[in-house]
Design a binder for this molecule. Structure first.
Ligand SMILES: Cc1ncc(COP(=O)(O)O)c(C=O)c1O
Length: 405
């Protein structure tokens, strides 16, 4: 997810516009800023490109999730169903608003399995949070059905999937709200930043206030703002928004390069019948940031990762099953409820339940999955070279297996 790979004059120009005024804050200072409002400009550009009614920038994707949850009314005692495969930020945001995460299994889409969601519904369930992992989408239609039938809030974590879509609609614009991240390793970056997308004026107004100490942002005298509700500081700065603006203008170029490199690599791996690929509910909507594929067994996948490491070509091939950040298996701090401050009774209860749960269905998928990240800088020859080395390593591992001991 490499927006930082194509960074240049465009980003510098936008940042210099801000530096020339010296107004680094997104609100207020109407006179001295001389008409430079990069955050507002980026919010409008996001709405236009992604087809969202409103966008609220925040200081990170984690802050966007926290802001969205609060604006959607999720808090103490509420449960949020989310997948076993995501980034730790998804459950951090849930815990930070006082709610409890409930983990449901994933399926071969590498996103939440609607059947597993149904098994985890309870009287405290208030929100369903699909996470569109690695540039591609959750199977949204059944999830929309579940959320409608059970009167749940649908919050899309689209932090990893800006530019991807489902049935013609941008990810993040389909649920009641959706969140994006612009951290340094995302498809487009502004170093640190995020956004909440929504079609609801009311939810947007709440996000706008919540992410700025509850300010009502009425009028031009910030000191005279009222505080209709409690909020926090999750503001983005003008410098970050300026970088994001230049990056957003390059999004379609990035997506096109990713698609070209992804398809070339996929075509090479397709030569091996033992390899299967991640299920994509709407292939036309993939952002092509990762090529995710499966080997037939955990043993083979481990053997391949060891082979790739031994050959010095493992970089960019992610075995999430063994990863500290993205999969339940290594989230010991969550499972053991290790928190610097007190968690609530319902939260402790929910985490204990997670620690005692069996996520075998997710394990069966994640233990065989490798995601190869797609670079914007690869030439056709480099993809060819990488593909050949990968194919040779896979064949070597598979042939070892077929030799009787
Ligand atoms: C799925 C997912 N959600 C949320 C986040 C949080 O974004 P940020 O790093 O901007 O806080 C990330 C970041 O990696 C992510 O991958």
């Amino acid at each position: 997810m490499p927006g930082f790979e194509l960074f240049g004059e465009e980003e510098r120009k936008e940042v210099n516009d801000v530096l020339n005024t010296g107004i680094l804050m997104r609100y207020g200072f109407d006179g001295p800023r001389k008409g430079i409002w990069k955050s507002k400009e980026l919010e409008s550009a996001l709405c236009k490109r992604l087809g969202s009614g409103y966008a609220q920038l925040t200081s990170s994707g984690t802050a966007a999730l926290t802001t969205a949850l609060a604006a959607l009314g999720i808090g103490a005692g509420d449960e949020v169903i989310m997948p076993t495969f995501t980034f730790v930020a998804s459950f951090e945001a849930v815990l930070s608003v006082g709610a409890s995460p409930v983990l449901a299994d994933i399926d071969e889409t590498l996103t939440i399995n609607p059947d597993s969601v149904i098994k985890h519904l309870g009287h405290r369930t208030k929100c369903l949070m699909p996470v569109h992992m690695c540039g591609s989408m959750a199977d949204l239609d059944p999830l929309i059905d579940i959320s409608t039938k059970h009167n749940l809030v649908l919050l899309e974590d689209a932090c990893q999937s800006i530019g991807a879509s489902y049935k013609g609609k941008s990810l993040g614009t389909i649920g009641h709200a959706g969140c994006l991240s612009f951290d340094f390793v995302k498809t487009i970056t502004c170093a640190e930043g995020g956004a909440v997308l929504t079609h609801s004026h009311e939810i947007h107004q709440k996000c706008d206030g919540y992410s700025d100490h509850g300010h009502d942002h009425i009028g031009t005298d910030r000191g005279a703002d009222l505080h209709p509700f409690l909020g926090y500081n999750f503001r983005i700065s003008e410098l970050h928004a300026a970088v994001g603006l230049a990056q957003l203008r390059k999004l379609d170029q990035f997506l096109a390069i990713q698609k070209r490199n992804f398809l070339q690599l996929q075509q090479m791996l397709s030569q091996i019948p033992e390899i299967s690929f991640r299920k994509i509910p709407d292939p036309a909507g993939d952002a092509f940031t990762f090529l995710s594929w499966f080997l037939p067994s955990e043993e083979l996948t481990l053997a391949l990762m060891n082979e790739l490491k031994a050959q010095g070509i493992a970089a960019g091939n992610f075995y999430w099953y063994d990863h500290n950040w993205h999969y339940i298996r290594k989230w010991d701090h969550l499972k053991n409820a290790i928190s610097l401050n007190n968690l609530s009774g319902p939260q402790l209860h929910a985490l204990e339940k997670i620690s005692k749960s069996n996520y075998e269905a997710s394990d069966k998928i994640m233990s065989r999955c490798i995601s190869t990240s797609i670079s914007l800088l690869w030439t056709e020859e480099q993809v060819e070279d990488k593909g050949k080395k990968l194919v040779a390593a896979i064949r070597k591992i598979l042939s070892r297996q077929s030799v009787p001991i």
